[in-house]
Design a protein around this ligand. Structure first.
Ligand code: GLN
Length: 283
């Protein structure tokens, strides 16, 4: 059967069992089996082999069991770039792209040459900023060595390894400032911000396949904002920016936490569904 006909029949069959799995998911899984770009699948003239169909069915079963497509195929497009992902990192979210886009223009406009990120995960934020801005250098901190391995691989594939330094540490370590030992004009973070008790209510794609450590922001979801704001107030030069991704309804609390550290609000950005998703603060 031709790829196109196979895919069309799979999409119709899928509609009967799941509304969570999109036709793009199916196209990406088939493209992964065939070793082509997902945009090519519809134009391939070759017939699918039985082995390819079996391989596709194995991947589809994983998706039906709620594994997100990016974690099945091992990569995800985010902002302008492609990132390796696995079970050790939070899947890059389209909702985070607005923060990267705006931060990249601040870096260019203000001639910022050195930045820090708390919690790099796959590296999708810090490495996108480095890839966009050829004169930028950066430090990324993450408690997970496994996540840093993914970040390092992504730095290599984007050709920015020479401009990024990774530190394997927690921002709650008592000697964290000594480990960082630099000052910055911009600090960025998408910290864990889901209140612990809400983790169980999240979609299975998130609660079973994103690392809990990247999601759980303590009892009120604000634990990591408090610590990062406190550290940033000390690590930022005067006039430096602190840029946070925030969860739903957290804007006022995070603005208050920042104000206690004498960091004032510059802007609030909305994600693709109109939710307040990012705040820009200044020292
Ligand atoms: N945006 C993610 C979600 O809601 C959470 C990421 C985070 O805690 N930083 O699934």
């Amino acid at each position: 059967m031709l790829c196109k006909d196979f895919l069309d029949s799979q999409i119709i069959a899928l509609r009967k069992i799941s509304s969570d799995i999109s036709s793009l998911d199916l196209r990406m899984l088939l493209a992964h089996v065939l070793g082509v770009e997902s945009s090519e699948v519809y134009f391939l003239k070759s017939e699918l082999t039985d082995t390819q169909i079996k391989q596709f069915n194995v991947l589809l079963q994983k998706r039906i069991n709620h594994c997100p497509t990016d974690k099945i195929i091992g990569h995800k497009g985010f902002y302008k770039y492609e990132f390796i992902v696995n079970e050790n990192v939070l899947s890059p979210r389209p909702d985070t792209e607005i923060m990267v886009e705006e931060t990249s223009s601040i870096i260019a406009r203000e001639n910022i040459d050195n930045i820090l990120e708390f919690g790099v995960g796959s590296g999708c934020i810090i490495l996108s900023l480095l890839a966009d801005n050829p004169n930028l250098t950066a430090t990324g901190i993450d408690i997970s060595n496994e996540a840093l391995a993914v970040s390092r691989a992504n730095a290599a594939s984007l050709g920015v390894t020479q401009r990024v330094k990774f530190i394997n540490a927690s921002w709650f370590d008592s000697d964290i400032e000594a480990k960082i030992n630099e000052r910055y004009n911009l600090i960025i973070s998408n910290p864990p911000y889901i209140p612990s008790a809400e983790i169980e209510t999240l979609d299975e794609e998130v609660k079973c396949f994103d690392p809990k450590i990247a999601l759980d922001g303590g009892n009120d979801g604000l634990r990591d904002y408090r610590q990062i704001a406190k550290l940033s107030a000390r690590l930022l030069n005067d006039g430096g920016f602190l840029i946070f991704e925030i969860g739903e309804m957290q804007k006022d609390d995070v603005i208050n936490i920042a104000a206690e550290q004498k960091l004032s609000l510059v802007d609030v950005l909305h994600d693709l569904s109109g939710t307040e998703r990012c705040i820009i603060l200044k020292k």
